[in-house]
Design a protein around this ligand. Structure first.
Ligand code: ADP
Ligand code: CIR
Length: 344
């Protein structure tokens, strides 16, 4: 990559903020051992001026090779300095002190907690070959097929799925979308739809996405606001999968993801919640979500808009705090949102 990219006023990403000329000169000719380049790392942010972040990693090494760019982005997003501390994990749902913030079931429609995971010893999806991706799919499916009890389910590969089934799964919030332009520019949609698919149990309370943005998105979800039960199911599933799969992990960056926002716990714990009053009072709404480190998404996930005053509210920080703290960020913030909403 020879020339410093032209950022316009429309480029509001952390990439545009942190890629200055000095950093560019330092990194422009660097590649990881697998051959992942700066150009590949930043292409999505260049193509999509409305990116919030704008960078993706190709492998674990990307986080050190391009540290001069990735570190300030990680610090801005997670408020975590990896040179100062190590990341720690706590997936023990018994450590989560819980009282239902929505006792009368008035506000929370559903709860979902997901973690991203990638296999050690493979490139991330941005840099993987078709053969390797197909191998990853097979390894994961073989493991999932051994699950028992509540987690038992079936794998549905995307190439074999009827359009109506796929559209219904997306509409019902169970499946990822096709053709995400951020992933497209990052090289994450190569060879689509082969190698991709979804595993789920019969009640669709436990689901695993395979080879979308990360090689696994392990998901627990259910109707209503029982955050603890949702967390318990997820912890059980992760423990079972870890018996057979080795996930990519770094003591300072935690679980390694292709997007730096998902490092650490790689956990996004969310509720779909009706907040029609706060929707009309954005300043108050955002004051609460900022205070509790929450992110507001639309009802169809990232980069979508809200419908009928229903929002997707989730923890924003994922690195430098453990999983119990991620879920607690959500819990305390949602309790504060419900207090505010009900006082109108
Ligand atoms: P991710 O959660 O993996 O970062 P998205 O933001 O695209 O990805 O969300 C994926 C899907 O999960 C979307 O259909 C979204 O509406 C759905 N979803 C997220 N949170 C909830 C929730 N609490 N209840 C039901 N569906 C949810
Ligand atoms: C972006 O830069 O907007 C996309 N690449 C997605 C970033 C991840 N989103 C997030 O805020 N967790």
């Amino acid at each position: 990559m020879n020339n410093f990219p032209k950022f316009t006023a429309k480029h509001t990403s952390l990439l545009a903020k942190h890629l200055n000329k000095t950093v560019f000169e330092q990194l422009k000719d660097k590649k990881t051992t697998l051959g992942f380049s700066l150009q590949q790392a930043i292409q999505s942010g260049l193509d999509n001026p409305d990116s919030g972040i704008g960078v993706y990693a190709g492998d674990l090494e990307s986080y050190s090779t391009f540290a001069a760019l990735f570190d300030p982005i990680i610090k801005s997003y997670h408020h975590f300095d990896r040179s100062l501390s190590k990341h720690t994990s706590n997936l023990n749902a018994d450590d989560f002190n819980y009282n239902n913030p929505d006792t009368n079931n008035e506000y929370i429609l559903s709860t979902r907690i997901r973690v991203g995971r990638n296999l050690a010893n493979y490139p991330l999806g941005t840099a993987i070959s078709k053969t390797q991706r197909d191998e990853v799919e097979q390894l994961i499916v073989n493991t999932l097929n051994n699950l028992k009890g509540e987690l038992k389910g079936h794998y549905y590969p995307l190439y074999d799925m009827a359009d109506e089934t796929r559209e219904r799964l997306i509409k019902d919030h169970f499946l990822f979308k096709n053709g995400d332009r951020f992933l497209e520019s990052a090289g994450l949609n190569r060879d689509w739809p082969t190698g991709r698919g979804i595993f789920h149990n019969q009640s669709k309370t436990f689901l695993v996405w395979i080879n979308e943005e990360d090689q696994l998105r392990i998901i627990s979800m259910q109707k209503g606001g029982d955050i603890k039960a949702t967390f318990q199911r997820l912890s059980l599933a992760i423990a079972q999968l870890e018996q057979q799969l080795t996930f990519m992990y770094d003591e300072r960056l935690g679980y390694i993801s292709s997007c730096p926002t998902n490092l650490g716990t790689a956990m996004r714990a969310s509720v779909h919640i009706a907040l029609p009053n706060l929707a009309k009072n954005k300043a108050q709404f955002e004051a609460i979500t900022n205070k509790y480190h929450l992110q507001i998404r639309g009802v169809n996930g990232e980069h979508s808009s809200s419908e009928n005053g229903i929002f997707d509210i989730s923890n924003k920080r994922r690195l430098g705090i453990n999983e119990v703290q991620c879920v607690s960020d959500l819990h305390q913030g949602v309790a504060a949102l419900i207090r505010a909403e009900s006082s109108f």
